[in-house]
Design a protein around this ligand. Structure first.
Ligand SMILES: NC(=O)c1ccc[n+]([C@@H]2O[C@H](COP(=O)([O-])OP(=O)(O)OC[C@H]3O[C@@H](n4cnc5c(N)ncnc54)[C@H](O)[C@@H]3O)[C@@H](O)[C@H]2O)c1
Length: 426
């Protein structure tokens, strides 16, 4: 990596030290940047400063090496931004009352603006609708700094593609899409990311890069909805949808495997497509029907799971009200502890609302960050399996004793076909 300041490492600020920001910070330290990880969450920052990683993809060892290098500072103090060369914004972009909430980006840009210097680069990585970088972020940066984008400082957008827990594709070997506002900015942003990842893919402008991310996530969202709806119909028709999915997957071209489940979760799929449909409606005045249909199907999956549990118990002359239900997995995907928007949490809430007593097994979930009250986190022991009237496999983390679940006396609903077809599947 080249240095531009009399041999000093370029100063990189990462605004937001979450699932996206922390891995970038670690990689940047590794290749030689002087990194400030700014976050507003004091608990997170003091944890990081003490060598405690809250992100599965960043090991404690990696964090400790970064801290020991003297080139990583996690802080809530914005004075640490002084003199930055490059800033990357990785703050949340949630929905508020079903509408995009861009206040985190606005605050992050306003925080950076007074520290902007001529020649500096600011890149947005948060997932958002096309136009956010140019129409929302740039005016805030210009107003707060008194500098002109393109002429005096450089702006870019690069969507994050991180897949938490993926053992094959991590930050470095996943191609990174990059764009700049203007050709020079694109060149600068591209050169920056080339120091961090194996391959950068340039697109002509921030809007194309913003849309790329939404296309990727909408594609997944729609295809998951397709197999979810198919699973419901196939069951009613007496057809094993899982067998059909396996068979279709043998086609070597033109097909991509998606499997049914209790819904979609995490920061991305339940949220990002709605950013796109919101923009289509606001700008063009009509709906993005695929997104709305996919939302509709996926949002109803937790209700469908509960309905299946009720039917299963009913066949045993048991009511859900008062029954013991053991959930396997609360995180939204296997081998992570992330319960944001997790459909498993929604299933738990619905079961509780129906009067069930609910326990859950999830070795990855931090009990202090559990997003549902009234659920007891337990280990998967023979006693807990025996306690249950119904067991529902919602998230198939590795390393659990699925044999015990497959042979439970209880009614078992396997939403992931983890029990090899031995029990009822979604
Ligand atoms: N998690 C993923 O797998 C993933 C993948 C691709 C894209 N994204 C996108 O990346 C963005 C960040 O997601 P995340 O999962 O890292 O979120 P996160 O909640 O894990 O982390 C965001 C961090 O930003 C901090 N923050 C909020 N406002 C701030 C401010 N003004 N200044 C400094 N820090 C601030 C929060 O305290 C938090 O620690 C979102 O737009 C998300 O959609 C996430």
């Amino acid at each position: 990596m080249s240095s531009d300041l009399l041999g000093a490492a370029p100063k990189l600020v990462i605004v937001g030290q979450g699932y996206v920001g922390l891995p970038i910070a670690m990689r940047a330290v590794e290749v030689g940047y002087d990194v400030v990880g700014l976050d507003v969450d004091e608990v997170r920052v003091s944890g990081l400063s003490a060598g405690v990683s809250h992100v599965e993809d960043v090991s404690v060892e990696q964090l400790k090496v970064a801290l020991a290098s003297g080139r990583y500072l996690a802080t809530v103090d914005t004075s640490a931004l002084t003199g930055f060369d490059i800033a990357v914004i990785t703050v949340p972009t949630p929905l508020k009352d079903t509408l995009p909430d861009l206040t985190f980006i606005e605050i992050a840009a306003a925080t950076l603006a007074p520290h902007l210097r001529p020649g500096a680069i600011v890149v947005l990585e948060s997932t958002t609708y096309p136009g956010t970088t140019e129409e929302l972020m740039v005016p805030i940066l210009e107003q707060g700094s008194g500098l002109k984008a393109d002429a005096e400082f450089h702006v870019g957008y690069s969507p994050e593609r991180i897949d938490p827990g993926n053992p094959v594709y991590g930050f470095v070997n996943t191609p990174k899409v990059v764009a700049g506002l203007g050709a020079l900015a694109r060149e600068k942003v591209s050169a920056f990311y080339s120091t961090l990842v194996d391959q950068v893919v340039e697109v002509s402008g921030p809007k194309e890069a913003e849309l790329t991310k939404l296309l990727e996530n909408t594609f997944r969202h729609v295809n998951i909805a397709l197999v979810n709806e198919l699973a419901i119909f196939a069951r009613d028709l007496g057809i094993d949808v899982w067998e059909s999915i396996d068979a279709a997957t043998t086609k070597p071209f033109g097909y991509m495997r998606f499997t049914p489940g209790p819904g979609v979760g995490g920061h991305c799929l339940p949220v990002d497509p709605s950013y796109l449909s919101w923009e289509v409606r606001k700008t063009l005045g009509h709906s993005f029907r695929f997104v709305e249909l996919a939302n509709d199907v996926n949002e109803h999956m937790p209700d469908y799971v509960v309905q299946r549990v009720m039917t299963g118990l009913n066949a045993r002359r048991q009511a859900l009200n008062g029954s013991h239900v053991l959930l396997i997995g609360l995180a939204y995907k296997p081998n992570t502890g992330d319960t944001r928007e997790s459909p498993a949490v929604r299933v738990a809430e619905l079961l509780l609302a129906h009067g069930a007593e609910v326990r859950a097994v999830d070795p990855y979930v931090d009990p202090d960050r559990l997003r549902v009250s009234g659920v007891l986190l337990v280990d998967l022991t023979p006693e807990e399996v025996a306690w249950a009237d119904a067991v529902v496999v919602l998230t198939d983390h590795d390393g659990l004793d699925y044999d015990a679940v497959a042979h439970a006396e209880a009614y078992v609903l396997d939403c992931r076909r983890r029990l090899k077809g031995l029990r009822e599947c979604l």
